[in-house]
Design a protein around this ligand. Structure first.
Ligand SMILES: O=C(O)COP(=O)(O)O
Ligand SMILES: [Mg+2]
Length: 226
């Protein structure tokens, strides 16, 4: 069997929803509270799961327009209503995925810099990191509204590397969706995808990447500290 390629890196960039944290319960609850308040039929958890990936505004848009019609004014109202509900419950049922704590600790011990790069808006990212005990565990946090464009555009990844003081080719991205894979490819960095996250309804093994992980711990076998 061919040896598994190890990436010479100085930093690891982590996606948040579906990679570090299982946030889907809170996202489903906030989305359905929003739909109820707007007098719309509720959505199944599975359907809302497939809508997560491109940030809050796109989640609300998909909830209101998939097999349904909504005006831009209604979508704007939906975003405001969602934000109010999500701010209230953000973190209530969120769990850290198995293996994450040990992975972060091991990467720290290796001297790697760590960042979060998430399409979640900063108003929800920072309180959630705090609540989950992750505040101060990362050298940089880039949220969906920190720069002008979200993943799959590579701008967030470049911004994170700038904050860490490294080049894009010296970082490894670990994510769960095509947004992470495409952004990493466009930035010229290797990317591994966890197979337990949210991938907008796409089978994760159909997404082009450098390997799948059933636990983030497996990433340690793919890293050679540069
Ligand atoms: O907020 C989202 O839609 C997804 O967030 P993520 O980039 O951390 O997966
Ligand atoms: Mg994700």
């Amino acid at each position: 069997m061919a040896a598994v390629e190890r990436f010479p890196v100085r930093a690891v960039l982590f996606d948040l929803d579906g990679t570090l944290l299982d946030t889907i319960g809170d996202l489903v609850e906030a989305a359905n509270r929003m739909l109820a308040e707007l007098g719309r039929p509720l959505r199944s958890p599975a359907q809302i799961h497939s809508f997560v990936g491109k940030g809050v505004a796109m989640l609300v848009r998909r909830c209101l327009t998939e097999d349904a019609h909504a005006t831009e004014v209604e979508i704007e109202r939906g975003i405001e209503v969602f934000r109010r509900h999500y701010a209230e419950i953000n973190g209530d049922t969120t769990r850290i995925y198995p293996g994450i704590e040990d992975t972060l600790q091991a990467m720290r011990t290796l001297g790697l810099k760590l960042a979060v790069v998430t399409n979640k808006a900063e108003e929800f990212t920072l309180p959630l990191l705090e609540r989950m005990g992750f505040a101060g565990r990362f050298d940089a946090v880039v949220s969906g509204d920190s720069v002008a464009t979200k993943k799959p555009d590579p701008a967030m990844l470049h911004h994170a590397c700038g904050l860490l003081g490294i080049g894009a080719a010296q970082a490894l991205m670990i994510g769960d969706s095509a947004n992470d894979a495409l952004a990493a490819r466009a930035a010229g960095m290797p990317v591994l995808l966890v197979d337990y996250g949210y991938s907008e309804g796409m089978p994760v093994d159909t997404i082009e990447c450098d390997g799948l992980l059933s636990s983030a711990l497996e990433a340690l076998d793919r890293i050679a500290v540069a």
